[in-house]
Design a binder for this molecule. Sequence first.
Ligand code: NAP
Ligand code: ZN
Ligand code: ZN
Length: 348
Amino acid sequence: MKAVKAYAAKSADTPLEPWQLDRREPGPTDVEIEILYSGVCHSDIHTARNEWKGTVYPAVPGHEIVGKVTRVGESVTRFKAGDTVGVGCFVDSCRHCRNCNDDLEQYCENGHTQTYNSLSQDRKTITYGGYSTHIVVTEHFVLNVSDKLPLANVAPLLCAGITTYSPLKHWNVKKGDKLAVLGLGGLGHMAVKLASSMGAEVTVLSRSKGKEADAQRLGAKYFQLTTDPENMKSMAGSFNYIIDTVSADHDYNEYLALLRTNGVMILLGAPPNPADVSAFQLIGGRRSLVGSLVGGIKETQEMLNYCAEHNISSDIELISMDQINEAYERTLAGDVKYRFVIDMKSLK
Ligand code: NAP
Ligand code: ZN
Ligand code: ZN
């Protein structure tokens, strides 16, 4: 056991504060990592504030982790001390169910172990995430990170990157497809970069007029305001795909109406409350409303390699650990360009 510094939420309505937690000694298959950068995902905020219920306090969020290997267990073959590595949204799974065997550990039928606020496979130990100086993860769930791209900008690929890459691949988004990205935040800006790199014609749907120039710089062809009802009407039947990244409750029916016949609306955002969906919005145009959860380990490695090859990383604002509460407020206000990343040196 090694005591490490961390930042934790101690309750749903108090700011995050310094804390200390114990990391296990690396077992035979474990990799011990010194965390260099940790991205700030909106899921961290949902969890810290118990918006999805079930948060166990103190909670240490953070699942966009890039760092250096410090020690490895004797059976580890793929990593050695000094390697640059990443850890994403989950750190273990049963490894033998149908989905684990199909490289879809995120859908483990026996319950995967998320990087924070989750039960380890022993079903007893709670996990703590990347807002800490070190983490110990079993080898299978550790990713290789190329040193080609700036590491702070790579950290958000471990959640925002794979969460948007995986559905683009699964639904075979390709050249010429008309794809809308709803919400230009952490996930949204990665969806714009990745979909446009795959040849889709991308439109950003946003409530924030001030993001128009950025949308185009990131690769979108068009920018449309969702707050203007006339504008929304004019887009009826326009898109093959909508990638919905909005974190707050909203009316799915308004956006389903923007899909063409056979269009697919892919929910990535996870608002706290259930929503009403009108059957007529789906029946009318043989439309689909679907969802997707991050991506498996094999696909995450594929995404990291793809991003290194295509020079794609996240647009970030680098902060120190003690700026985390301010960063949460700015994220909630939609004021992040486009991912906060914590420089973990600030905690050492
Ligand atoms: P984020 O950076 O806060 O971006 C969300 C964007 O949604 C905002 O920038 C804003 O864009 C828009 N938005 C926010 N509140 C809104 C409101 N009340 N009405 C309309 N639009 C609103 O968040 P993120 O980190 O990208 O995460 C987005 C969501 O995805 C969260 O719910 C998160 O938990 C979830 N998530 C899911 C997965 C998965 O595997 N499916 C993985 C990671 C995260 P505009 O200013 O452009 O309107
Ligand atoms: Zn995330
Ligand atoms: Zn499994």
